[in-house]
Design a protein around this ligand. Structure first.
Ligand SMILES: Cc1ncc(COP(=O)(O)O)c(C=O)c1O
Length: 396
């Protein structure tokens, strides 16, 4: 089905995902490793059931950060033994949910969290499998808002503290030391920080083994970047080579990765319809029926998304531009794409035409209103469009 037909059938704005593309990316990443790897999909990238189920059906594991994501992961069919529970702020209630479900491990991020986990395990009489998140103080050379592996970031613990926590966990009968985890940031397009992080994790696991605390797995997090504009994404084979090289001397360790964006961002787009055009003395604007509620990344961190016309009028030069939130975005229920004059824009006749915003991705779909997934040439609706009544449901 063409994008124009999808828009006609289900209306706009509409998220469209290709299940085939998601599967292809999963296989490309997994196939890049020669020693076997568990690819745990980071649900925060898009926790919609249709997207998550596509990966669960491929055999992927899941990386979750909340009780809500745990319930979504289970509903999508992920096997609990392949679910890792990350996140700096797990509550005891969420830990209990994870323990009862039988998750593979909890990625613990602080000494107090470790104590809380031990308390919950003791109460439930169920050993929690522990993996400490290492903060290696490495700059992932990405946007500051999505850098997580520096000492000034709230994530993980530094090497000295990690060793102390492992010693404590190893002595605690309520806990079982299982692995080590490290995630230095997102949208990484440079292999150097990955190599440094992998070496730091490998050094820590070797040191633990030498002191009588052998680990089962090393989890190197997510972060693989994609190309939004002119970035050159990392080839997953390069990542695999770097990780395998770092752990060459520790063949007994299982490797894990937790990609989110890499698996789904290029598989999705947001279809919108042009409503109006307007021009100021400085710029030309295109008002569409999608808003920052549907695509918040540009407003959150100046992210750039290419926009193009789904079916340009015959004989008309197709135009391309990028998406930017409108100046009055906080109060507007509509967002606008802004087209620099020099790059053209839709003609009067293109009003009502559909635009597609590529790399529709993270974070918002879980809390957003619409969704659609596509696979094997057939399209199906993955989520019903919300009604006005849905908007106030649950409000007292
Ligand atoms: C712990 C953890 N793992 C994995 C991911 C996924 O990252 P990405 O979508 O960049 O692959 C994130 C993202 O923030 C994360 O915090």
């Amino acid at each position: 089905m063409s994008l124009a037909a999808l828009a006609r059938r289900w209306g706009t704005p509409l998220y469209v995902y290709s299940a085939d593309e998601i599967r292809a990316r999963y296989r490309a990443l997994r196939g890049s490793f020669s020693r076997g790897v568990l690819v745990c999909y980071a649900l925060k990238a898009n926790s919609s059931k249709a997207v998550a189920r596509t990966l669960a059906d491929c055999g992927a594991g899941a990386d979750i950060v909340s009780g809500g994501e745990l319930s979504r992961a289970l509903a999508a069919g992920f096997v609990p033994k392949k679910i890792v529970f990350s996140g700096v702020g797990k509550t005891e209630e969420e830990m209990a949910l994870g323990l009862r479900a039988g998750v593979k491990a909890f990625n613990v991020e602080s000494a107090e969290e470790l104590e809380a986990l031990a308390r919950v395990s003791g109460r439930l009489k169920k050993k929690a499998r522990v993996s400490i998140r290492l903060n290696p103080d490495i700059n992932a050379r990405t946007h500051p808002h999505i850098t997580t592996g520096r000492a000034e970031n709230k994530f993980g613990v530094e090497t000295g503290e990690a060793v102390a926590l492992y010693r404590k966990a190893a002595k605690d009968r309520r806990l079982r030391v299982a692995g080590v985890q490290c995630h230095i940031g997102s949208q990484i397009t440079d292999i150097a920080p990955y190599k440094r992080a992998a070496r730091a994790v490998a050094a820590l696991s070797a040191r633990l083994k030498a002191s009588g605390i052998p680990l089962e797995f090393a989890d190197l997090g997510g972060g693989l970047g994609i190309s939004y504009k002119d970035e050159t994404p990392l080839d997953p084979r390069e990542l695999a080579r770097a990780l395998e090289a770092a752990f060459e001397d520790q063949p007994e360790l299982d490797l894990l990765v937790e990609p989110g964006r890499y698996l789904v961002a290029d598989a999705g787009l947001l279809l919108t319809k042009v409503l109006y055009r307007k021009t100021t003395s400085k710029r030309r604007f295109v008002i569409v029926d999608g808003a920052m509620t549907d695509l918040p990344r540009p407003a959150l961190y100046d992210a750039w998304h290419p926009v193009d016309v789904v079916a340009p009028r015959p004989g008309k030069r197709p135009w391309r531009t990028s998406w930017a939130p409108s100046a009055s975005r906080e109060t507007s229920s509509r967002a606008s794409g802004s087209c620099p004059r020099s790059r053209g824009g839709p003609s009067r006749r293109e009003e009502g035409r559909r635009l597609r915003l590529r790399h529709e991705q993270p974070i918002q779909l879980a809390s957003s209103r619409r969704g659609s997934a596509r696979g094997r040439g057939k399209a199906r609706l993955a989520r019903k469009r919300e009604t006005y009544a849905d908007l106030t449901r649950g409000e007292l």
